[in-house]
Design a protein around this ligand. Structure first.
Ligand code: SAJ
Length: 425
């Protein structure tokens, strides 16, 4: 089994780690990407994305001769499609990459091949979109060509660990397809592998991220309600979660990333009339940057003229360099649109950004308010004493309940918290 030849189409956040995993477990992996920069870098043992330890693993795989890349597929035992499925402007799944990936592999398909879709996709994609394209090979799907869906479940920042240890769901167009996919992933997966049909696997993947999105929306709604009622939402959550069957999530400035903010729309697209809670949750989470803006307006309402806001952290979650769908970038757009805010930003994880200051002191100069947007570890011990010296007004708004209120207040700041009464304590 470990000497399989595998062709992986799409060398991004999922395709590349998966390729490296198979290659370092003895398989011969032929990676395919439309981006020549990615292909050339990979053939030199280099990567263009940031993920802990992935560079070392890719280098080892390329050096051993088990991993190489090209812009075209080649014949193999297994084909894995791991291309993006982004949202269009009107919140529909853009399946163009899956379609073109499937079409490019058709000429290379042989009897007894296995084709696996890893990309997160709307329900019915394997049966109604992928299979009809693969049938152009002349092979009978389910008998001569095995097909299924093996959605990834890994958390950016922990991808390599989670690829090995997470449980996986594998859905085939028939039982034999699912079993073949399971046997393949067994090469490196230590977690359980559960078999089902392809359509159920598609729905499972979408629902996992939707579950999280809906629960975060509930926490964000609680935060707004607590603000109105003079209660601290974070204390409510902590105490409620002492109940053995309650697991309230964390409120925040919104939900970002390429998964939670996207996948629920694939369900809404198919069943708009029925997906009521899911739609409302998406809207609730998308409303959070504006809610944060309103809080900023309130905090600074007594200041005449242009006000300066310093934003710490612009990524979609802590300790990553990824800004896709970041709610803090949406907040910055809203501040810009107001017209009477000067903005400075400090995020050491992001190399270039228009308002990026050179350090925390530079970012704080003449500022009226520090907004803690992302709870990066590096912000745990802020030099608030020094920052306060160069600020015009010493206000701090914590959108993540991350900083120590007493420490902030001891340094002479007014402390404001998302999910708590609007007045400073
Ligand atoms: N967030 C909150 N409150 C919370 C938890 C998260 O506001 O209580 C926000 C974060 O700040 C961030 C966003 O949600 O903006 C998403 O972060 P995340 O770490 O929850 O998820 P992702 O998007 O990085 O990865 C998710 C994971 N899915 C689940 O945990 C169900 C991952 O396992 C999936 O593989 C990935 O989506 C994917 O590719 O689908």
């Amino acid at each position: 089994m470990n000497n399989k030849e595998i062709c992986v189409v799409g060398l991004g956040y999922i395709g590349l780690p998966t390729s490296a995993m198979f290659a370092t477990h003895g398989c011969k992996v032929h990676g395919v990407d439309v981006n020549e920069e990615v292909v050339n870098a990979l053939n030199k043992g280099k990567i263009v994305i940031e993920e802990p330890y992935l560079d070392i693993m890719v280098q080892a795989a390329v050096r051993s001769g088990h991993l190489k890349a090209d812009t075209k597929p080649q014949e193999a035992d297994v084909f894995i499609i791991a291309v993006p499925t982004p949202l269009t402007k009107d919140k529909k799944a853009d399946m163009s990459c899956v379609i073109s990936a499937a079409e490019t592999i058709v000429p290379y398909l042989r009897k007894d091949n296995l084709v696996i879709l890893e990309s997160t996709s709307p329900v019915g994609t394997v049966e109604n979109l992928l299979v009809p394209i693969l049938e152009k090979s002349g092979l009978k799907v389910g008998e001569e060509l095995y097909v299924g869906h093996a959605p990834e479940r890994v958390l950016p920042g922990k991808i390599l660990w989670e690829l090995v240890h997470n449980n996986r769901i594998v859905g085939g167009v028939n039982k034999k397809s699912a079993e073949k996919i399971r046997d393949l992933y067994r090469i490196f997966v230590n977690g359980e592998i559960y078999l089902t049909d392809a359509t159920t696997a598609e729905m499972c993947k979408l629902m996992e991220n939707t579950y999280r999105d809906v629960n975060i929306a509930l926490a964000n709604e609680l935060a707004k309600i607590c603000e109105e009622n003079g209660i601290n939402a974070w204390e409510v959550i902590e105490l409620c979660n002492k109940h053995p069957r309650v697991n309230l999530h964390q409120p925040g400035p919104g939900v970002g990333g390429h998964c939670l903010a996207v996948d629920p729309w694939f369900i809404i697209e198919k069943s708009p009339e029925l997906a009521k809670i899911i739609t409302l949750s998406r809207e609730t989470n998308d409303s959070m940057p504006e809610h944060v803006l309103n809080r900023i307006d309130d905090i600074l309402e007594d200041i005449e003229g242009v006000k300066k806001v310093t934003i710490l952290g612009i990524t979609y979650k802590p300790n990553v360099d990824d800004t896709r769908e970041s709610p803090i970038l949406k907040l910055i757009d809203l501040l810009e649109a107001r017209g009477d805010y000067d903005i400075s930003v400090y995020d050491p994880h992001v190399k270039t950004y228009k308002y990026q200051a050179k350090d925390l002191i530079d970012a704080s100069k003449n500022s009226d308010l520090i907004v803690l947007g992302v709870n990066h570890d590096i912000f745990r011990d802020l030099p608030l004493g020094d920052m306060g010296l160069v600020m015009r007004n010493k206000n701090l708004f914590d959108t993540r309940n991350f900083l120590d209120r007493h420490d902030v207040e001891e340094k002479g700041f007014n402390y404001w918290l998302l999910g708590e009464e609007k007045k400073s304590s």
